[in-house]
Design a protein around this ligand. Structure first.
Ligand SMILES: [Mn+2]
Length: 398
């Protein structure tokens, strides 16, 4: 059978999420016999009714992929599966025990099949595929949860295991997560969500596909590769990545050494101009990362790029990451160590950082509430912006 492997739609994240996932699901019609969606189909634990409404329409449109027969084994009983989309919930939809998640609601509504802790069989032309899966859990619990669930492949089937976790093989800096060795043995294919850029790898005899997200959520360099879904053939093992048109994403880094302010602005403008030209008629996502050092005496606070941002506000969705002139990592670590040595608590540390940021912005002392940095910090840390504004503009309060 042909299987479309996708996930991380993040419905509700932005205006692109729904349309780009829909394109993938509709594109797979006529190519795949059924679909696997590996979690994080929604961006929120409790999505708004508008997002749910849009999602219901998409899953309704994507219910039927042809004549493969889906059977769900639930509590020992076999039931016909109402959809060719077989999903799990991810870390974004997961809710605490006793509360119902949106993937389970859609399962109950017959709009998809939630295979978390259920066996799902798909049959066509004498071939049988068995799909099992585990919804997303906190990383530190994943290893134990996998053992407790005692997943076993089914005899006489092509066995697929779906999960939604980080993996040491791909994110080595993630110390709490599982590795390929922790996955249940004996499955013919493993599918993981969670990681937003695609992977096709075989490790310790386990073939793993990670389709990546259908929407850019973090503007990281890794996400600049084309988005889409895997089309996997269970008979031949053939794997193909099918690209789906998505909003273009550019990640560009420009590095400077002892640069003047106009040099930075000019180079940034030239780069943005080239990107805008190459996407005429489109509105690409653009992350411009400025790194390196400014000329002595200049700091990040002297660099005003608001004009540049205004100029390109219509032709792109621009985010400028100003790491230029920033203290190097060594100095930052040193600052943290100093704080620790001085036994400052998190609040004091926060106030110190706020004081430093205010100094960087060149806000005159006279405009600051005297001795009121602590209440200001408290208001900001509690997201009480009204109180914070009141503290910053004491004369306007009546
Ligand atoms: Mn995700």
């Amino acid at each position: 059978m042909k299987i479309a492997i996708t996930g991380d739609f993040h419905f509700g994240f932005n205006e692109d999420a729904l349309e780009q996932a829909r394109r993938a699901l509709i594109d797979a019609k006529g190519k795949a016999d059924f679909v696997i969606a590996a979690g994080d189909l929604f961006d929120f634990r409790v999505p708004s009714q508008e997002v749910v409404h849009d999602a219901v329409r998409v899953f309704d449109e994507a219910r039927d992929y042809g004549d493969a027969v889906v059977t769900v084994v639930d509590g020992g009983r076999e039931k016909p599966g109402p959809s060719h989309v077989i999903a799990i919930y991810g870390t974004h939809e997961r809710r605490t025990k006793g509360l119902v998640n949106i993937i389970e609601i859609l399962h109950a509504a017959g709009l998809l099949v939630n295979c978390h802790a259920r066996k799902v069989f798909v049959e066509k032309d004498g071939e049988r595929v068995c799909v099992q899966g585990m919804g997303g859990v906190p990383e530190e619990l994943a290893g134990r949860a996998l053992k407790l669930m005692e997943y076993q492949p089914e005899k006489g089937c092509f066995n697929i295991f779906i999960f939604h976790q980080s993996l040491t093989e791909i994110i080595p800096q993630d110390k709490d997560c599982i590795s390929m060795a922790d996955l249940p043995n004996g499955f013919d294919l493993y599918v993981n969500g969670h990681i937003h850029w695609r992977h096709d790898l075989t490790e310790a005899g386990k073939h793993l596909l990670i389709p990546g997200s259908t929407v850019v959520t973090q503007m990281k360099k890794n996400e600049a590769r084309p988005k889409g879904y895997y089309l996997f053939d269970s008979k031949t093992g053939n794997t193909e990545f099918v690209t789906v048109p998505t909003r273009p994403f550019h990640h560009q880094e420009i590095s400077f050494t002892d640069a003047g302010l106009s040099e930075v602005e000019e180079k940034a403008r030239t780069a943005l101009e080239a990107i805008a030209e190459s996407h005429a008629g489109q509105v690409p996502l653009v992350k411009l990362k400025l790194t390196g050092t400014l000329a002595p005496g200049l700091s990040n606070a002297n660099l005003d790029l608001s004009g540049l941002e205004r100029n390109y506000s219509e032709s792109m969705m621009l985010s400028i990451d100003r790491q230029i002139g920033a203290k190097d990592l060594k100095e930052k670590l040193e600052a943290v160590r100093r704080m620790r040595d001085e036994k400052k608590n998190a609040a004091e540390f926060g106030i110190t950082l706020l004081r430093e940021r205010i100094a960087e912005k060149n806000i005159p002392e006279s405009q600051l509430p005297s001795g009121a940095l602590e209440p200001l910090f408290t208001a900001l840390s509690q997201s009480d912006t009204e109180k914070a504004l009141e503290l910053l503009e004491p004369t306007e309060s009546t």
